[in-house]
Every structure is written in structure tokens, then in C-alpha cells.
Design a protein around this ligand. Sequence first.
Ligand SMILES: [Zn+2]
Length: 131
Amino acid sequence: MQERLRELLENSYAPLSNYKVAAIVKCSDGNTFEGVNIETTSPASGVCAERNALYSAIAQGYKKNDIESIYIMNKGEKPCFPCFICRQALNDLCNPETFIVSFNYKGTNTVSVTVKDLCPFSFGEEDLNVK
Ligand SMILES: [Zn+2]
């Protein structure tokens, strides 16, 4: 997983921040979906690696219960964590117990947290009464 994340980082398009991130969503059937962050000159139209990968899985018909874990890597020395826009997407599209595993570039520092850990006091579908 780490080696593939390092390869994916080369596909990140981050000319504004130069902060490159890659993500891989692993589904319970073993299929994986890959994403990188993509920035544009209109920042709101960019997308983070986590959402890029997660939305690809959803687009292929995978549901909340199919998303097993999400692996993230950046080029730095510290693991990074999903921004708060991504956290809302993770909260809505994954189970609370889905694991987010974040690696630093060398793979020497790894942190695993659940969606529930990342999103305390979250706003979600139960608040809207939608299923
Ligand atoms: Zn994000």
C-alpha cells in the first residue's frame, strides 16, 4: 500500500501549495480506488485526494458498508489528516468505524484513526432524517 501511495503522489497536481497527497480507498471486496489532490487556479474547484478516491468508489456503486479503510500519504515527515470538507464526506459516506490510516512519506510514522474519531459532534444524515 505504501509503495503505491508513493507512486500516486507523483500524479498529485498541486502547483499552488506544493502539498501533495495521495489516497487509496479499500473496499470490503478487495477493490481499491485511488485519488490524488488536484488544485486549480480557482481554488474552490480543486479536490482533495481523500474525496477524489472516495467519490470514485461511490461512482462505481460502492456503499457506506463497503468502504473498509482509507490510506493516505503526503510527502512530509508527519502523517496528514483529512480537512474538514473531507471529514464531512467521510462522515456521510463511510461508517463510523471505517479506519483512516495516514503515513508520512517514508512510512516511518503511521497514525490510524476511525471516522468517528475524526468527526466528533458531527452533522449527518440523522440530523436531516434522510436515509
Ligand atoms: Zn480535504
